[in-house]
Design a protein around this ligand. Structure first.
Ligand code: PTJ
Length: 250
């Protein structure tokens, strides 16, 4: 299919992203619901002008500061993230010295296995998820499955494209939750400690770059970034940037 989309096509980047999700579904990595989530994401990405906004970038900086300060950070991977940014998730895990955990909403053991294998093919060293040994309180059994060495005992979890209930359950456990969600109005966006309103295909490369840059900062400098961060304010700015972008169009 890629041959059918010339690089000169004005929607090349967006069409390539869509193609990756379709390939993810065909390869058993992404669930069918992932197609719907992707469509919703594409629509919202139009509204922010398909670029990283200043609010999005501030959230990305705060996310890296929080991950670098964390004692036990964990990066969660679902079917959409595995299709779109597997290499970047593995790269980020390496840079902040965190394990990855396959943690999917529409759980099948086969899909968990395929995602874990994919992450290992990209060089992921510590990949959890295939052998959950505990449950996240407050969720039904399949959605609650977790690994003690991974998400269950983590203090900071990056969970891009997360479901609202699970985000809430992680926050209730006392964790700091960082999410990537193009919808600033979603329950996840409102519950998370840090919400990056950006497309995961831009956010993850930015996070990898920021991890390199910011690892030179002192603990005090990182703490100042986290303390100065206000998620509600960043969500409001994201909405304002959307409105501003839309108003500029006509
Ligand atoms: O692989 P699984 O079983 O864990 O399923 C993953 C999905 C994403 C299908 C599942 O978690 C789900 O149904 O999520 P929701 O409730 O549809 O929420 C996904 C959120 O991510 C929505 O607010 C979308 O707008 C947003 N989103 C979709 N694509 C992107 C995105 N945000 C950032 N980047 C994207 N590419």
């Amino acid at each position: 299919m890629s041959e059918m989309v010339p690089q000169s096509h004005p929607r090349y980047a967006s069409l390539k992203t869509r193609e990756k999700i379709v390939e993810g579904v065909e390869g058993g990595i992404t669930g069918f619901n992932g197609l719907i989530a992707q469509g919703r994401g594409e629509a919202l990405d139009y509204f922010i002008g398909e670029r990283t906004t200043s609010a999005g970038y501030d959230a990305e900086r705060a996310a890296i500061a929080m991950l670098l300060l964390a004692e036990q950070p964990v990066l969660s991977v679902n079917g959409n993230v595995a299709a779109l940014v597997p290499e970047e998730m593995v790269g980020l895990a390496e840079k902040i010295d965190a394990p990855l955990e396959v943690n999917i909403f529409y759980r099948t053991e086969e899909r968990v296995q395929k995602i874990a294998d994919l992450l290992r093919r990209f060089g992921g060293k510590r990949v959890f998820g295939e052998d959950p040994d505990t449950l996240i309180p407050g969720l039904d059994h399949a959605r609650a499955k977790a690994t003690r060495e991974g998400i269950y005992n983590a203090d900071v979890v990056l969970v891009p494209l997360e479901d609202g209930d699970r985000c809430e359950a992680l926050v209730k456990m006392g964790k700091k939750v960082i999410t990537v969600d193009l919808n600033p109005l979603s329950r996840t966006a409102r519950f998370a400690t840090i919400t990056i309103v950006d497309n995961v295909v831009r956010a993850l490369p930015n996070l990898v770059e920021l991890a390199d840059e910011m690892k030179e900062l002192s603990r005090e400098e990182l703490e100042a970034i986290v303390e100065g961060y206000d998620n509600f304010d960043v969500l409001r700015r994201s909405v304002q940037e959307m409105i501003g972008y839309l108003e500029e169009q006509f």
